[in-house]
Design a binder for this molecule. Structure first.
Ligand SMILES: Nc1nc2c(ncn2[C@@H]2O[C@H](COP(=O)(O)OP(=O)(O)OP(=O)(O)O)[C@@H](O)[C@H]2O)c(=O)[nH]1
Ligand SMILES: [Mg+2]
Length: 283
């Protein structure tokens, strides 16, 4: 990506195809499960996906709650409830995801079975389409429901590139889909949030821009986070401090700012700095 370009445009071909396919397949599904990231529930919802089969029942799952600020998550749940949008929080790589879905699935399945019985139709599994932006945990969620590694999952955006049906049981079948990003970002802060969450490829935004954003965010909202992880700040440049603390030095002995920046971003993404929410409902 040319850094001189004003806006951030990043829409690989497989996403355009995935969006078209999802538009078609979702009409055969009984329920749409949109997964977003609990740490930034607005930035991580794609407006293009809001337009997919709006007539279908939709559940929003705010995932990676184990990495989000618990107090802010509570505020988000109240915010969604207030707007009448069905939303729950989850940790997809935990065992109790099925329990989370049951209250939503139960009534829909009962309705489907009643319809099948009325028209003498063959019993069909309940079909769920799972979609969202990259790296929010769609495949992880599907694997947790299936109780096996049916879909490939890894901590980088764009792991799933083709849609795939996964059988959970004879009664439920899930559609795993590739993460789909918005085509462009009116607000560059949204793109930065997505890069910090690991939903946009790192190369799309310069690492130093992300590092600056992260440092500014932490000093404003979680001022103790850096000292808790890297000890009391020495000097006024946090990256220099981190570099010295971690022994990241250039051949001449000077602190290696670039490597300190990468380390900070990585530790943030891995949840090693603590639980943070990048967005608050009242901001
Ligand atoms: N801490 C934490 N990590 C999670 C959670 N859910 C998923 N992950 C991790 O997030 C990373 C991405 O998960 P995937 O399931 O591959 O995400 P995806 O949405 O399918 O991503 P794409 O296929 O690239 O669109 C993996 O390293 C998962 O282990 C969660 O609730 N908490
Ligand atoms: Mg995936």
């Amino acid at each position: 990506m040319n850094q001189q370009q004003k806006g951030i445009h990043y829409f690989p071909g497989h996403m355009a195809k995935a969006l078209r396919n999802l538009g078609q397949l979702s009409s055969f599904c009984d329920i749409l499960v949109e997964i977003a990231d609990a740490r930034a529930p607005l930035s991580s919802r794609n407006p293009l996906l809001a337009k997919i089969s709006p007539e279908k029942p939709r559940l929003i799952l705010l995932n990676k709650d184990d990495l989000a600020d618990p107090l802010i998550t509570q505020k988000w749940l109240a915010w969604f409830k207030n707007k009448g949008i069905p939303a729950s929080v989850m940790v997809a790589n935990s065992r109790n995801v099925l329990k989370l879905l049951k209250p939503s699935l139960g009534p829909l399945e009962a309705k489907k079975r009643a319809k099948e019985a009325k028209y003498g139709m063959k019993r069909q599994p309940l079909k769920l389409a799972v979609f969202g932006i990259p790296n929010v945990g769609k495949s992880t969620f599907i694997n947790a429901l299936a109780g096996r590694r049916a879909a490939k999952a890894a901590n980088r955006p764009g792991v799933t590139v083709n849609q795939q049906w996964v059988n959970v049981s004879g009664d439920v079948i899930l559609l795993d889909t590739p993460g789909i990003l918005p085509m462009n970002y009116e607000d560059p802060e949204v793109a930065k949030n997505l890069a910090l969450l690991g939903s946009i490829r790192e190369e799309v935004l310069p690492a130093h821009v992300l590092g600056e954003k992260l440092l500014a965010f932490l000093s404003e909202h979680y001022p103790e986070a850096l000292t808790a992880r890297f000890g009391p700040m020495e000097g006024d440049n946090p990256l220099e401090h981190i570099a010295r603390r971690r022994g990241l030095l250039l051949p001449g002995g000077e602190p290696d700012i670039e490597r300190a920046n990468s380390l900070l971003l990585r530790e943030f993404r891995d949840g090693l700095l603590g639980r943070f929410s990048l967005e608050q409902p009242d901001a």
